[in-house]
Design a protein around this ligand. Structure first.
Ligand code: ZN
Length: 441
């Protein structure tokens, strides 16, 4: 039983009316108890954090990241998707040991939390996914994680990543048993078939069936790159989203990263099934994949979230950078009023919450939602004067302006310092582990 009070800030609620309120934000036993006004603590165990000069807002929710890839930051620049996978990322993932995975995940989670991202949908690699869950448990981040499933008989998949259909399903079930709902439901599982090309039909069908039966989500990639789409067409004689639909993978529990190259029928399938599209603007630009038609997807009723993807294709995991880029990227084509600040901010918070199946619990400051809250300092010379706090958050603020972060009402960043992990030790371990892993390849 404890209370946490953010005092002195301006509350950007991202609620249905986009209310901006001055006053306290109080969290009681992990749940938001008051929004605005002056809050009087009701318990002896309470903490007040100073949010003077800050916007207090829901933590960013990134619905597509790979915390397992962080040690490959800067190792795979200037390549397109399939070369990027085959030449660097798969050999790297195949060479990871459990200690290196711990170092990679902790590095990612330190960056994410310090930058105001409080919840993630994370695709791990094929093996050692327990290490990623354990890192999430320690770091304090809210994470829905899945081991990458890769059972296709594809010679491009390195030996360290190849697995049988049964082994892939069994390993997923064991992880669900250990971690789904752990840490007061802060840790959850999502099946993560990597993409159509790395999976057999049998695996994808079984994942669709089990997801529906157990209520566990699905996290995958699709329609990122034209070479990928040509390979999918050669195998199935159909489009990528059609193939996933026919295998029973689409639905409101499924989040698909990228969705760049879609035909109108595929958009209809996403909308009709309530499948989430996760927009990854930096990654899509860096891998020269293209620009997803996000405003059109939203207009057709496709639920959209935002994610940074992985360090080797971004090269940060910066939720504010992705938010700003998502807001800017579509304006040249569709006009300056496309994705205004309020709508972009909702994608980065409520859109992500929805993709995680946690829309009633995360993504806005309303009484009863979980206490995943950040305070962003708006007093820097790159932000003032602040006429409109939403504009300041989306167009001017940076992740380095994040001052305090709470997850489930527990302070994990206080005055820009991570309270859960020793950042100097994490960055040292990551550098050492990266050398070890790349020496092994
Ligand atoms: Zn990805």
């Amino acid at each position: 039983m404890s209370e946490l009070i953010f005092r002195g800030g301006t509350l950007v609620t991202v609620d249905d009316d986009h209310r901006v309120v001055v006053g306290d934000l109080a969290i009681k036993d992990g749940v938001i108890a008051a929004v605005g006004g002056r809050y009087t603590p009701t318990q002896r165990d309470f903490e007040i954090v100073d949010a003077t000069g800050c916007v207090v807002m829901p933590g960013l929710v990134q619905a597509h990241v790979h915390t397992c890839q962080t040690l490959a930051r800067g190792r795979a620049d200037d390549r397109e998707l399939l070369d990027w996978l085959h030449q660097v990322v798969w050999p790297y993932e195949g060479a990871l040991d459990a200690d290196a995975l711990t170092a990679s995940a902790e590095l990612a989670m330190a960056e994410l939390l310090l930058g105001g991202t409080t919840a993630i949908l994370d695709m791990a690699t094929v093996h050692h996914t327990d290490a990623v869950f354990a890192a999430a448990e320690r770091s304090g981040i809210r994470a829905t994680i899945g081991k990458a499933m890769m059972d296709a008989p594809d010679p491009a998949i390195p030996r360290g990543l190849r697995e049988s259909t049964q082994a892939s399903l069994d390993a997923s079930e064991a992880l669900i048993e250990r971690w789904h709902g752990a840490a007061n439901d802060r840790l959850r599982y999502a099946y993560a078939p990597r993409f159509v090309l790395s999976c057999t039909d049998e695996l994808l069908r079984e994942v669709g069936r089990r997801s529906a039966a157990r209520g566990v989500g699905i996290h995958t990639h699709a329609s990122e790159n034209t070479g990928e789409i040509a390979a999918v067409a050669a195998r199935f004689g159909k489009r990528n989203i059609e193939a996933l639909h026919d295998l029973g993978v689409l639905g409101p529990r499924t989040a698909i990263a990228h969705c760049i190259h879609l035909d109108p029928h595929e958009v209809d399938l996403l909308a009709a099934t309530g499948t989430h599209c996760v927009h990854c603007p930096s990654s899509n630009l860096k891998l020269a994949s293209g620009v997803a038609a996000i405003p059109e997807l939203i207009a057709r009723g496709v639920p959209v979230a935002i994610g940074a993807d992985g360090a080797p294709c971004n090269n940060n995991l910066d939720g504010f950078l992705e938010l700003r880029l998502a807001a800017l990227l579509h304006k040249p084509r569709l006009g300056p009023r496309t994705l205004p600040a309020s709508q972009a901010l909702a994608l980065a918070t409520r859109g992500g919450a929805r993709a995680l199946g946690l829309d009633a619990e995360l993504g806005a400051l309303t009484v009863g939602r979980r206490g995943d809250v950040i305070a962003v300092d708006l007093t820097g010379p790159h932000v003032v004067p602040v006429e409109n706090p939403l504009s300041a958050v989306v167009y001017a603020a940076r992740s380095t302006d994040v001052r305090h972060v709470a997850v489930d009402g527990r302070v994990v960043v206080r005055d820009r310092a991570l309270t859960t992990l020793d950042v100097a030790a994490v960055t040292r371990a990551a550098t050492t582990a990266a050398h070890r892993v790349f020496a092994r390849i």
